[in-house]
Design a protein around this ligand. Structure first.
Ligand SMILES: Cc1ncc(COP(=O)(O)O)c(C=O)c1O
Length: 430
C-alpha cells in the first residue's frame, strides 16, 4: 500500500470504487498522466470532462500565474474584479443566442442551484421539471432534480415541486420506438403530459443536459429539443440547459445544445470552463438575468480572479486551436473504429455520443442485460495497458471516453487497439 493510499484511507472521506486501484497521479501534461509508479498513462477521462484543452495547457497556466501575482481574491460583489467583468463579456460572446448575463460560482452544482433560483425569481413560479437518468450535482436541490436513485441514496428528504419526464434514450427507449425520430417525439409528448398531469401548473423551468453524461452518455434524438422548446414556450416555462459536462468543445461544438438548434433561456457551465481551475457559471438572457437584484444571490469565492483569468485564456485556446473542430474529427475517428469493434463483439450493445463524449454500453445478451462488472473489467484492462477510461451510466455498464480535446490521431488509434483487445478479452469470459 502506498503512502498516499494510507493517507486516503486514514484521513479522506472518499468514494473510491472498491476493487479498483486508482493511478496515483504525480503530474500531468496534455493527454498524459504520470504516475508515482513511474508509468505514463493516456488520459481518456480528463478528470471527468474537465481538462478539455489538455492537462496544464501552457497558455492557461501562464494566465493563472500572471493573475496570482496581481490578485488572488477580492470578492466579485464588494469590489469590481476586472477578470470577472471580462469573462462575463466573453461568455456573452461565445454562448448561444441572446444569453448575456453571467453569475460565477465555484462548481457545477452551485451554478445549477443558482439557475433554478433565478428561474423561480423571474417567473414567480416554483416547480421544476427534469429528466430521468439526469445528473445535476450533489447539493440537496441538485440531487432533487437528479433522475437516478443510485445518486440520491440517503440524501433526502428532497425538494417538493419536482417532476420527471423520461429521458429520450433510444437504445432503451421507454416507448419501444423503432426510430430515433419516434423516440424523440414520444419523449417530448410525455414531457407535455408531465407538465399537465404531474405538476400544479406552476413550473418555472425545465432542466436538462443536452447529452446526459452521468446517465450513460445518453444522446437525445435530433428532433427532441426543438419539440421540447415548443412545449416549454407554450407553457411559459424556461429552459435551463445544463452544459456542465457537455460545454467547452467537448461534443464538437462549443456548446452541445448548438447541435439541436435551440436557444436556452439559462445555461449552466463548469468543468471545462477553465481547464481545471474551479469555476462555474450560469448565463441568462438580459431580462432574466436582471430578475436578480442587489443581494438576491451571492458567492464569496465565485468568480475568483485566478479562475476567471484561466477561463479567459482557456476560451481563447478553444477558439484559436479549433478544439471543438478537433473534437469532432477525433470523435468521428473513434466512433468509426468503435462501430467496427461493435460489429464483431457481442458485449458491445451500443456506441453513442458526439465529438469526444463517447459511451460504449456493454450488455451480456440480446435482451440487453447490463454488463456492469464487465465494464469495470474493461477499465481495469485498459489501465493495465496504459489507458485511463471512465465507467458510468445509470446501470453502471457504460465505458466512457472523454479525453482532452487535444488527443492526436495516433493516440486515438492506440485507444481503439487497446479497447478492442480489452473488450474481446472480457467478452470471452461472458
Ligand atoms: C451535467 C452535470 N451537471 C452538474 C454536475 C455537478 O458539477 P460539480 O461536480 O462541479 O458540482 C455534473 C458533475 O458531474 C454534471 O455532469
Amino acid at each position: 500500500m502506498s503512502k498516499t493510499e494510507d493517507l486516503y484511507n486514514e484521513y479522506l472521506i472518499t468514494s473510491m470504487v472498491p476493487g479498483f486501484a486508482p493511478v496515483e497521479v504525480e503530474r500531468a501534461s496534455g493527454t498524459k498522466y504520470y504516475g508515482t509508479d513511474g508509468r505514463e498513462y493516456l488520459d481518456c477521462f480528463s478528470g471527468i470532462a474537465v481538462t478539455n484543452a489538455g492537462n496544464g495547457h501552457p497558455k492557461v497556466i501562464a494566465a493563472a500565474k500572471e493573475q496570482i501575482d496581481k490578485l488572488v481574491h477580492c470578492c466579485t460583489y464588494v469590489y469590481y474584479s476586472p477578470r470577472a467583468g471580462e469573462l462575463a463579456k466573453r461568455m456573452a460572446e461565445v454562448t448561444p443566442g441572446r444569453l448575456q448575463k453571467s453569475f460565477f460560482s465555484n462548481s457545477g452544482a452551485e451554478a445549477i442551484e443558482g439557475a433554478m433560483r433565478l428561474s423561480k425569481h423571474f417567473t414567480g413560479k416554483n416547480e421544476i421539471v427534469a429528466l430521468t437518468h439526469s445528473f445535476h450535482g450533489r447539493t440537496n436541490a441538485t440531487l432533487s432534480i437528479t433522475g437516478n436513485s443510485g445518486r440520491k441514496i440517503s440524501g433526502g428528504p428532497y425538494l417538493s415541486g419536482i417532476a420527471f419526464a423520461p429521458a429520450p434514450n433510444f437504445y432503451r427507449c421507454p416507448f419501444g420506438s423503432k426510430t430515433e425520430e419516434e423516440c424523440g417525439e414520444r419523449a417530448a409528448n410525455y414531457l407535455a403530459d408531465t407538465i399537465k398531469y404531474q405538476t400544479a401548473g406552476n413550473v418555472a423551468a425545465f432542466v436538462a443536459e443536452p447529452i446526459l453524461g452521468e446517465g450513460g452518455i445518453i444522446t437525445p434524438p435530433p428532433n427532441y429539443f426543438k419539440l421540447v422548446k415548443e412545449i416549454l414556450e407554450a407553457n411559459d416555462i424556461l429552459f435551463i440547459c445544463d452544459e456542465v459536462q457537455t460545454g467547452f468543445g467537448r461534443t464538437g461544438k462549443l456548446f452541445a445544445i448548438e447541435h439541436y438548434g435551440v436557444e436556452p433561456d439559462i445555461m449552466t457551465t463548469a468543468k471545462g470552463i477553465a481547464d481545471g481551475f474551479p469555476l462555474g457559471a450560469f448565463t441568462a438572457t438580459p431580462e432574466i438575468g436582471d430578475a436578480f437584484t442587489v443581494g438576491s444571490h451571492l458567492s464569496t469565492f465565485g468568480g475568483n480572479p485566478v479562475s476567471c483569468a484561466a477561463a479567459l485564456a482557456n476560451i481563447d485556446v478553444m477558439i484559436d486551436e479549433k478544439l471543438p473542430e478537433k473534437a469532432a474529427t477525433r470523435g468521428a475517428q473513434l466512433m468509426a473504429g468503435l462501430e467496427k469493434i461493435q460489429a464483431n463483439n457481442k458485449l458491445v450493445g451500443d456506441v453513442r455520443g458526439k465529438g469526444l463524449m463517447i459511451g460504449i454500453e456493454l450488455v451480456k445478451d440480446a435482451d440487453k442485460t447490463p454488463a456492469a462488472a464487465e465494464a469495470g473489467e474493461v477499465r481495469r484492462l485498459c489501465r493495465e495497458a496504459g489507458i485511463l477510461v471512465g465507467v458510468g451510466g445509470s446501470l453502471g455498464n457504460v465505458v466512457r471516453l472523454q479525453p482532452p480535446l487535444v488527443i492526436s490521431e495516433e493516440e486515438c488509434a492506440r485507444v481503439l487497439e487497446i479497447l478492442e483487445k480489452a473488450l474481446a478479452d472480457t467478452a470471452r469470459n461472458l
